[in-house]
Design a protein around this ligand. Sequence first.
Ligand SMILES: [Zn+2]
Length: 420
Amino acid sequence: MSLGYAEKLSFIEDVGQVGMTEFFDSAHVLQDKIEQLAKLIEKSRHLVVFTGAGISTSCGIPDFRGPKGIWTLQREGQPLPEASLPFHRAMPSMTHMALVGLEKAGILKFVISQNVDGLHLRSGIPREKLAELHGNSFMETCPSCGAEYYRDFELETIGLKETSRRCSDEKCGAKLRDTVLDWEDALPPKEMNLAEKHCRMGDLVLCLGTSLQITPACNLPLKSLRGGGKIVIVNLQKTPKDKKASLVIHGFVDKVIAGVMELLNMKIPPYIRIDLFQIILSQSLSSDKKFVNWTIRIASVHGLSAPLPFIKSVEVKLDFCTSLFMRTVLTETFEIFLNLSLVMDAVALTLGLKFLLIFRIQSKVLNLTRMPHWERCAMRQLKIRNAGRSAVVERKTVLVPKSEITVHAMLRMLKHLSTN
Ligand SMILES: [Zn+2]
């Protein structure tokens, strides 16, 4: 989780101001400011949102500079905050999902984030409308061709180091690198340029849950001022940019955003999580060529050795045979039952998959590692009303060794957020 990330960062003496006092506007003042913000959003033509750790604290991810923040406790010589959820189990907050609603409605044009928890992408903000200035714990990139690989497991390293995987483009094959910055790393130019461009175009830059202390990122919102844009800051602590803002709101970000959505008469979309995995069935002929030996593997869509953090255990049942060492005559088909125990937040789910063995080619071989593509593919096949179901999204055969690979998507509605 954020802690893993904080522990991987190198130690430096000066992390800026920490342990800053939190302020809370009175209920009356808060409501008045929420109304002002809703009006500003309604009038805006190019809304840009700039986010920091404060929007993920309600997801169980500690911030850095709050009274119980990571840097605050570290500088006081205290143990780091209790390990909460690992990043891969953290779910988007009400704010993350409200931003998805605003983006889908065409109001929110661009999101700039300093967070590395990957929750904006996971919640459904399109990659092309997002600049992640400090990287993403789930994203690795190819330094040679620039391809991005969005994984469902947290990468092992930070600091733009080589990972254990390679680019899956056959012409390239270069070693991939993680994307999360360590203190001394420069901000990624591609993300910075896009963020700057949108801040200049922005007539409203809404800063959520950031103490606006880390340069040069914290100067981005100011770029909107020259073109007549406005800045609104929602944060519990004071920030060095408060004087430049048209409106400063001291309140919990989730509460402010929920209030705004209600005034705009907009629903906050539910969080639907899609998990993908592949089932690989391989066959080989027995030495007397009378039987077929079968092997079954459950694997990540990111490769055979990639972690599969959301599956806790797999139980295999065959309808006619109690032994896992099995062989069949050549033409026989049979059913395999798989029971997958899933880990998701505090909830343990069990998913039963009935798997009938039939070999056939149904689609072209697709790139198994490009997650956003797979998510779109899964979403097409599994309609919202089917949330909680699972389905085969791709099926292919590989002739040598003779195997059939099916990619399954599990679609689960995990969080229904309402403004009430
Ligand atoms: Zn490459």
